[in-house]
Design a protein around this ligand. Structure first.
Ligand code: PSV
Ligand code: MN
Length: 394
């Protein structure tokens, strides 16, 4: 493809690319060894919306904020969340019930052996669906920490049956226009077996749940060396891919900045999606979300960096000549096929991203503009009182 044509495709791709921010990415977090409070971290829902709005203001591609019901809407108050979103020029994105933090969920939530615990978990999912309706968000995203730590302690098949029943009940409660996303993760917090451990299990459960359930791929939820883009390709083929939680990892679910360890991995995922979209002439209808909590980097800057990296990798994937790629593959021209993919990966799209931003009245360099704005210093000064009273997780 001529470079000019490739650039036009990349600009069009940037125009349609949006990535959702996680409310928990602006709050103080830590590792299991300790928590590292930051002076500018958000403690209230209002502060989370305000911080997320900064990311959108400077990048233009993050108009939605994902919420975790237990952390963000503990009293079930959808109205104030809606008002906050409006005030900050954002929308509420996907809604996550929290089925892993309360002591009752020690042995799982929807797959738990005890009926009252399962009932409580399902009630929380139904409440999330109700809140999603009030907040006009279309996605309820389920991640379960369910599993066990020791062989012999759990009836794996019975737990699977219970999960299926619960997901069917959750699906039946969906309101018009809503979708249910089922996320998988191989381990942690469970260290022997996890009830939804991989994409195949998530796919089977989503299928059993009902027609509006899809699989959510969190890039950090795979073993090292796993071919994530193949999983993406298969889920697309099955029409069962719903969306992503993006982050990068080196060892496990490390929550590192997207593209910081392996940008080629994210590019390959985007290339699978864009090849599929080019083939069908239709968008795949996927939700892109960031699922990162930064303990060491300043939180807003880390999110700006993430959004920019996502845009760049998405733009690079749009510059692949998919028609040429298809011809090379059909004729088994391996070198040419690989070069077609790699050239698009190596070409620098940063000037193009700057051009796109300037054309939309956004700063060419979001990080520099954010720093110059003095927002982080002001936030740190205004949020001092939280530190006096002790930081909370979300
Ligand atoms: C679990 O590791 C996860 O990826 C799920 O998406 C949760 O909702 C999120 O992280 C925050 O704990
Ligand atoms: Mn996730």
């Amino acid at each position: 493809m001529k470079p000019k044509l490739a650039d036009e495709r990349a600009l069009a791709a940037l125009e349609r690319f949006e990535i959702e921010l996680p409310s928990w990415g602006f709050a103080d977090t830590g590792t299991r060894f300790g928590k590292y409070p930051q002076p500018a971290a958000a403690h209230t829902l209002e502060e989370k919306f305000a911080d997320a709005a900064q990311v959108h203001r400077f990048t233009g591609c993050c108009p939605r904020l994902a919420l975790h019901v237990l952390w963000d809407l503990p009293g079930g108050d959808a109205r104030s969340a809606r008002e906050l979103a409006e005030r900050h020029g954002l929308r509420v994105g996907s809604l996550h019930p929290n089925l892993f933090q309360e002591p009752e969920y020690k042995h799982g939530s929807l797959a738990n052996e005890l009926e009252p615990v399962r009932e409580k978990a399902l009630a929380q999912v139904r409440e999330t669906i109700r809140l999603a309706g009030e907040l006009q968000c279309e996605e309820i995203s389920l991640w379960l920490a369910d599993g066990s730590n020791y062989p012999g302690t759990a009836d794996i098949r019975a737990r699977r049956r219970r999960l299926e029943t619960a997901l069917q009940a959750a699906h039946a409660a969906l309101q018009p226009g809503q979708r249910l996303l089922v996320e998988y993760k191989p381990f942690e917090p469970a260290f022997y077996h996890t009830d939804i451990a991989d994409w195949g299990m998530a796919l089977l459960l989503a299928r059993a749940a009902g027609p509006r359930a899809r699989v959510l791929v969190d890039t950090g939820h795979h073993y090292s060396g796993q071919n994530i883009e193949q999983i993406v390709a298969w889920l697309l083929h099955e029409d069962m891919l719903g969306g992503f939680h993006f982050n990068d990892r080196r060892y496990a679910d490390d929550d590192l900045t997207l593209g910081s360890i392996d940008p080629y991995q994210i590019f390959r995922i985007f290339a699978e999606i864009q090849a599929y979209e080019a083939e069908r002439g239709l968008a795949a209808g996927l939700s892109y979300m960031i699922d990162q909590s930064h303990n060491l980097k300043p939180k807003i800057e880390a999110m700006l960096q993430t959004a920019m990296r996502a845009q760049e990798l998405w733009a690079k994937a749009a510059r692949v000549d998919y028609a040429a790629l298809a011809e090379h593959r059909a004729a088994q021209r391996l070198i040419e096929a690989e070069e077609t993919l790699q050239t698009a990966f190596w070409d620098d799209v940063r000037p193009l991203s700057r051009q796109w931003r300037e054309a939309r009245g956004l700063p060419a360099d979001p990080l520099a503009a954010f720093r110059a704005s003095g927002y982080a210093e002001l936030a740190a000064a205004a949020r001092k009182h939280h530190h006096a009273s002790g930081a909370s997780y979300a």
